[in-house]
Design a protein around this ligand. Structure first.
Ligand code: UDP
Length: 412
């Protein structure tokens, strides 16, 4: 049985893996800690679940811990998330004080681990304030921002900035998101793991079962959006686009999603989507458990086109997952979707449900174009958005930050 690294080698080539081994050697003995707010649901958890074992395989001492919080805490951090992505809303003071208190409590319970670490990655705003409780930290602290902060509501960004400026460095997915800060800033887009259950190849039998399981008709086209039920993902816009297509083509729509334990708004949005879908038997709204990766994989593979009609998107792993499966993506012209959907090549960028409907109809009518785009899509991901590239950039970053004075890295 091939080791994990040998399996990656078959997908990305020997040089890429050799380089990872060389970089990992340079980091020998360093302890790296990642802190995020949930192990279940959303892109951050998705990435960490895969990148930590790969670090271990390379002999790197890496640990991932999550913080805990109550309903008020997650309400506050969801408001932060929404306002940092552009909604105008003043978060009440009592919630911000609570956010700080919960960060202090978490810092206390993780103190031993955090103070000893060589490099600490803090993911997103939820645990960002913990740094305040760590004046005696010996390692370097890096804030990793996964969300679209291209035009944040300023008062909320100013509040968060007071914590973030204390970090030794920050990492952003896109240059448009990076804010003015007094430390080195790095651009590292996320990635997917081609060997995970979410992305691994599936046989025809497995795919065949998927139609039956969800009551789908294999003879008619399927369009799909996989997303948490979140307004920024615009599920209502997806239903509208589907209806416009349906006037001409007997299409089926899958809206599959689940909650994330750090997202309290999901249920409300889910109910809005249900109401909007009414009793249309061709709209399949699926509420899936967060670890049902094989189902998501199969749903993406049996779809003709994948939609990600977000109005704000930090990166959009769902887009990467779809492109890797050779599916063109019709995505909102925003944030990280722009990095991945190369208009007319790997899919189409759209701004309205009408625009999305037009592109869906175009692709369903021109199958050869759909296939061609799908092939380009897969190669585009192989070149740019696989976990091996992501890890190479993280390891380089860790080395650069841990050895501040070095401006070049020599591989032996
Ligand atoms: N996802 C999932 N189940 C769901 C909905 C989403 O496993 O019901 C996964 C999806 O496949 C992707 C991740 O969660 O891997 C979502 O990441 P993305 O960057 O698209 O969005 P985020 O939720 O982080 O805003």
């Amino acid at each position: 049985m091939a080791t994990l690294l040998e399996q990656y080698e078959q997908i990305v080539g020997t040089d890429v893996i050799d380089q990872l081994r060389q970089l990992a050697k340079l980091l020998g003995g360093k302890r790296i800690i990642h802190i995020s707010s949930t192990k279940a649901g959303g892109g951050v958890a998705e990435i960490l679940h895969r990148i930590i074992p790969l670090k271990h395989e390379l002999g790197i001492d890496a640990v991932w811990e999550t913080i805990t919080g109550d309903a008020d805490f997650f309400q506050c951090t969801k408001l932060m998330h929404n306002t940092l992505q552009g909604n105008r809303f003043d978060i009440p003071d009592y919630l911000l004080r609570h956010y700080e208190a919960v960060n202090r409590e978490n810092a206390e319970s993780l103190r031993g681990l955090l103070e000893e670490a060589d490099v600490v990655f803090i993911h997103d705003p939820q645990p960002a304030a913990m740094i305040e409780s760590m004046p005696a930290r010996k390692g370097k602290w890096i804030w990793r921002c996964h969300i679209d902060v291209s035009s944040p509501y300023r008062p909320v960004w100013k509040y968060l900035r007071d914590f973030v400026r204390g970090y030794d460095a920050s990492v952003w997915s896109l240059s448009e998101f990076a804010q003015r800060l007094p430390h080195p800033m790095y651009l590292i887009p996320p990635s997917i793991d081609p060997l995970s259950d979410k992305n691994i190849d599936l046989g025809p039998e497995e795919l065949g079962k998927t139609y039956a399981r969800w009551g789908l008709d294999p003879q008619r086209p399927i369009i799909t959006q996989i997303s948490r039920f979140d307004r920024f993902k615009d599920p209502l816009g997806v239903v509208r686009a589907y209806r416009l297509v349906k006037e001409f083509t007997p299409v089926q729509l899958i809206l599959a999603g689940g909650g994330a334990t750090d997202d309290p708004e999901g249920e409300e949005v889910f109910n809005e989507v249900k109401t909007s879908a009414g009793d249309d038997p061709d709209i399949h709204i699926l509420l899936l458990p967060p670890d049902d990766n094989l189902t998501i994989n199969a749903l993406q593979r049996i779809s003709d086109i994948i939609l990600q009609k977000s109005t704000r998107e930090g990166f959009g792993l769902t887009v990467t997952e779809a492109l890797w499966k050779g599916k063109p993506v019709i995505g909102g012209d925003t944030g990280g979707i722009r990095l991945q959907v190369v208009n007319h090549h790997t899919g189409f960028l759209v701004n309205t449900p009408e625009g999305a409907a037009l592109r869906i109809r175009y692709l369903l009518k021109r199958r050869e174009k759909l296939e061609e785009m799908g092939q380009k899509a897969r190669e585009f991901v192989r070149e740019n958005f696989l976990i091996t590239r992501h890890l190479r950039e993280y390891l380089t970053l860790i080395f650069a930050v841990a050895n501040e004075t070095q401006d070049r890295i020599e591989l032996l």
